[in-house]
Design a protein around this ligand. Structure first.
Ligand SMILES: [Zn+2]
Length: 384
């Protein structure tokens, strides 16, 4: 057994002084570890679970105009995904959920990491997002109209190995001509997606900005609402009642608004993001007031939202919008893992996977302590 000794363990279970024993990629002891084979002294440092980013796009690289990706080959986009994996891991992200890629890019990224071809975070991938014809993300999505087509599209992703199903319940910021608030897939259509997912035992995610689209997806039994920028009190209440998780992706909106047209982002996208950001404070207020469950997700890959930084920025945004440091830790570790259906990730407990970070600061004192990253341990191996 190897061990990290002398450090302070911090996770959603609390704070304690403990050594952490690691064997075959798993945590096998939390407490005093006697005579380990190999020992790393982390006295004065803090051991936390690796970060779980519940919303990324591995094939996107943070370029200002996402539409230019359509002219690139699947081969080039796969190399971009490989670079994204390495950047995310280097920033302390040990699990990602890819919510939409072209072809089989994200699904094969999951396999490449599993087989040890690439060093990277564990990948849970949706394959292609299910979208209405001409709707948000149609350039890369699987277009489907009507319950029967959505059922077929959902089952295609499952057959290809998807670990989550993603759909678009409203328009989006980055698709030209799509109204951010406009309803896209209907409740009846989304119900087919959640039914297919539930038969396969995988979670579901809906991109939804406006309250009506959020409501449609929640009534269809969706596991998480992505973005949710125009969430109102009624939508927040329904989400809290049903246990639907919110993935806020603050870094996506800020990446667009803070850089703007001068940086090359299409004017229409900037306008829509600015309008969304105006409503976003209220969305947070409603979510916090009703106690909506939150998981950390960045939408990394969207404009100026780079894989090597997105999660660290998102943690700071979540705290700025009112989440306590304890809740930020929880949203970015065990609650994110639970949303992904992973029951052995996100805590420092015996039997859990040894995805760990060693920090120089305490993230329960200061949200920026997540940036003071000394080591990244993935599956029991020090990768940084
Ligand atoms: Zn996205």
């Amino acid at each position: 057994m190897d061990a990290l000794t002398g450090g302070t363990v911090v996770d959603a279970d609390g704070v304690r002084s403990a050594d952490v024993g690691i064997e075959d990629g798993r945590i096998v002891a939390v407490g005093a570890v006697d005579s380990p084979d190999e020992e790393r002294d982390v006295s004065g440092q803090v051991i936390v679970p690796g970060l779980v980013d519940a919303h990324v796009h591995l094939m996107l690289d943070g370029r200002p105009d996402t539409a230019t990706v359509t002219s690139e080959s699947a081969a080039l986009l796969s190399y971009r995904a490989a670079a994204a994996l390495s950047e995310a891991l280097d920033a302390g992200v040990t699990t990602v959920r890819d919510l939409g890629a072209r072809d089989r890019i994200a699904l094969e990224a999951a396999r490449a990491v599993d087989e040890g071809v690439l060093d990277g975070p564990r990948v849970v991938a949706a394959g292609r997002a299910v979208v209405m014809t001409g709707g948000h993300g149609h350039q890369f999505g699987r277009e489907a109209d009507g319950p029967a087509e959505v059922r077929k599209a959902a089952r295609e992703q499952l057959k290809a190995g998807a670990g989550v199903l993603k759909c678009m319940a409203t328009g989006g910021v980055l698709t030209e001509g799509a109204d951010t608030g406009g309803v896209e897939l209907t409740t009846d259509e989304i119900r087919e997606l959640t039914a297919a997912a539930s038969a396969a035992g995988v979670p579901t995610a809906a991109h939804a900005h406006a309250a009506e689209g959020i409501d449609n997806a929640v009534r269809a039994g969706i596991s998480s609402i992505e973005h949710g920028t125009y969430m109102d009190g009624a939508a927040a209440e329904r989400m809290a009642d049903t246990g639907t998780v919110w993935v806020p992706t603050a870094s996506a909106l800020h990446g667009i608004v803070d850089n703007g047209v001068d940086a090359g982002i299409p004017a229409e996208a900037v306008e829509k993001a600015e309008a969304a950001l105006d409503a976003y404070d209220d969305a947070w207020d409603h979510a916090l007031a009703h106690g909506v469950r939150i998981a950390m997700g960045t939408d990394a890959g969207t404009p100026f939202n780079h894989h090597g930084r997105a999660a660290l920025d998102e943690l700071a945004y979540m705290h700025e919008y009112g989440l306590s440091l304890e809740d930020v830790l929880r949203a970015a570790t065990v609650d994110g893992a639970a949303l992904l259906g992973l029951d052995d990730v996100g805590l420092i407990r015996e039997g859990y996977v040894a995805d760990l970070l060693v920090l120089d600061g305490d993230p329960l004192d200061d949200v920026d302590a997540w940036r003071e990253l000394e080591h990244v341990i993935r599956d029991g191996r020090i990768v940084r």
